[in-house]
Design a protein around this ligand. Structure first.
Ligand code: FNR
Length: 181
């Protein structure tokens, strides 16, 4: 089984990227877990849509070959970031005449960590709306929202998830089951 992790932040030390790496640990040997790198895809522009730019073809293939997609999103102004919307806009377009867009019917899990009090709840709600429009099979229970990232760091400033780790582990267990349904 293969899980593709999509992180909605391009920041090198992103808490959400760190959360994805902790999720990989929580999944352990039960599935392959790959982080999608997509900083090189261009802005969606229908002038350059066909043939698909190489970076876009690459991310589509990564999604196609995954059994499920696990999103890790920051919250920017109560929304998920524009880089993630841009990626999903590319993924949402049909690959060819006979093929559906690559997100159609794929299982999806959603987690997020923010430095604010909301823990990405608003961003996740907007993301669910978009993923549902694209007919992904969203696992709504459990979702994982982690507020106040600054309070869960180790001495080196890395995300330690002191109080939230068990919820991440529960979500990993649930997503593995969801993928098997
Ligand atoms: C933020 N941040 C933020 N936090 C929050 O809880 N609610 C919000 O609406 C916002 N809005 C917001 C807008 C913009 C433009 C930025 C850059 C940041 C703070 C955010 O939670 C924090 O920067 C996280 O560390 C971003 O996630 P990564 O990059 O660490 O994964």
């Amino acid at each position: 089984m293969k899980i593709l992790a999509i992180v909605g932040s391009l920041r090198t030390d992103s808490y959400n990227r760190q959360l994805a790496l902790l999720a990989k640990e929580a999944v352990g040997g039960r599935a392959d877990f790959e982080l999608l790198e997509y900083a090189d895809i261009p802005y969606m522009n229908e002038d350059i849509e066909f043939p698909a730019p190489e970076a876009v073809a690459r991310v589509r293939e990564a999604v196609k070959s995954a059994d499920g997609v696990w999103f890790f999103t920051p919250e920017y102004n109560h929304f998920f970031p524009g880089v993630l919307k841009n990626l999903i806009d590319w993924l949402s377009r049909p690959v060819g005449d006979a093929e559906r867009q690559v997100l159609f019917g794929k299982p999806a899990a959603i987690s997020g960590v923010s430095s604010g009090m909301g823990g990405t709840v608003c961003a996740q709600d907007h993301l669910v709306t978009l993923l549902s429009l694209l007919n992904m099979r969203v696992m709504n229970v459990p979702r994982l929202t982690i507020p106040n990232a600054g309070q869960q760091l180790d001495g080196d400033g890395k995300l330690a998830l002191t109080s939230s780790k068990k919820y991440l582990e529960r979500q990993a267990d649930a997503f593995i089951r969801f993928l098997g349904d």
